[in-house]
Design a protein around this ligand. Structure first.
Ligand code: PMV
Length: 311
């Protein structure tokens, strides 16, 4: 029996704009994890994927139709990449990452599952190969993903990411403390990404200006994070990023309320994180304000909050 895992991720700056070639900054969030336990199964029993939490049991063959089953698709991608038949193996899924919460749950489950299966086949995938395969599964979830989720999750490192280029590591000048919140509303990234695309196609001049502004502030945020100079300015960039995401129609009254609650209670800044309309949000805070800001966010309707340190 062997266990494989992959973390959740949080986007700090640049979601949505990243789909259009602007940079984004994201970090792994290891408090939330997907885990897969691999156990050898009796001869000729084949490959099963089970999830005790959802009473799910899937039997994987190379011939399964995978049109809407990302787990079977993920397993098949590994078998095809390694040109192996399904082994006699049970893969048991566990995850505490909220689904539809903007935490990259799908990418984390795929990464852990592919790690487990490739290791059981005696050919553990390296980062680059795994990243490429998880991206294939992301396409099933999201349509036209930028690739940021799989990249942060597979490499388990903070990244400055520009679509189609190698992810860049960046320095963190002063440790940053974030409060990460689950808004309690599940939302579809596929839907928000395609809504933004529709707006962009209709009025390219207007929406490309907003997307360009998000790109500029993401570049400025990287410089501030690296210098560690001004948390106040970094927080303001988060607030501006949130307003620009609202202009892209991917915020919601609930997310605006949660951000406002965090700011009122003393957060340097707050913004939605990920696809939007629900999902997660982040606030940049002083560690000693964590309890009061967390309470304010929960009073305003957040389902859960966690502390995240970036250093
Ligand atoms: O998977 P989510 O909800 O964290 O969103 C991913 C970030 C987007 O920029 C909205 C989409 C993408 O593919 O980059």
């Amino acid at each position: 029996m062997n266990t494989y895992s992959a973390p959740a991720k949080v986007i700090l700056f640049g979601e949505h704009a990243v789909v259009y070639g602007e940079p984004a900054i994201a970090a792994p969030f290891n408090t939330l994890q997907a885990q897969v336990i691999a156990t050898p199964a009796p001869p000729d029993s084949g490959l099963s994927i089970i999830s005790p939490a959802s009473s799910l049991r899937l039997h994987v063959t190379l011939a399964n139709d995978t049109a809407d089953n990302a787990l079977i698709y993920a397993a098949q991608l590994v078998l095809k990449a390694l040109t192996k038949p399904p082994p006699d193996l049970t893969l048991e899924l566990h995850s505490n990452i909220p689904i539809g919460g903007g935490f990259g749950s799908g990418a984390a489950v795929s990464a852990a599952l592919m790690r487990a299966l490739s290791a059981a086949l005696g050919e553990p995938l390296d980062g680059e190969a795994l990243n490429a395969l998880v991206y294939q599964v992301e396409k099933l979830h999201h349509g036209t993903p930028s690739g940021i989720d799989n990249t942060v999750i597979v490499y388990n490192q903070p990244v400055y990411f520009v679509r189609g280029t190698a992810p860049q590591r960046f320095q963190v000048g002063t440790p940053l403390t974030f409060l990460v919140a689950d808004s309690g509303v599940s939302a579809s990234t596929r839907e928000t990404v395609s809504d933004v695309r529709r707006l962009y196609t209709r009025d390219q001049a207007h929406y490309s200006a907003i997307i360009g502004e998000i790109g500029n502030l993401t570049r400025a945020a990287r410089t501030l994070i690296e210098s560690g100079e001004s948390l106040t300015e970094l927080g303001e960039l988060m607030n501006t990023n949130h307003s620009l995401l609202r202009a892209l129609t991917v915020s919601s009254a609930h997310l605006d309320r949660l951000c406002a609650a965090a700011r009122r209670q003393g957060a340097y800044g707050a913004k939605l994180s990920g696809g939007g309309r629900g999902g997660s949000l982040i606030a940049l805070i002083e560690p000693d304000l964590a309890q009061s800001i967390s309470a304010a966010m929960r009073d305003a309707g957040a389902a859960q909050t966690w502390l995240m340190r970036l250093e």
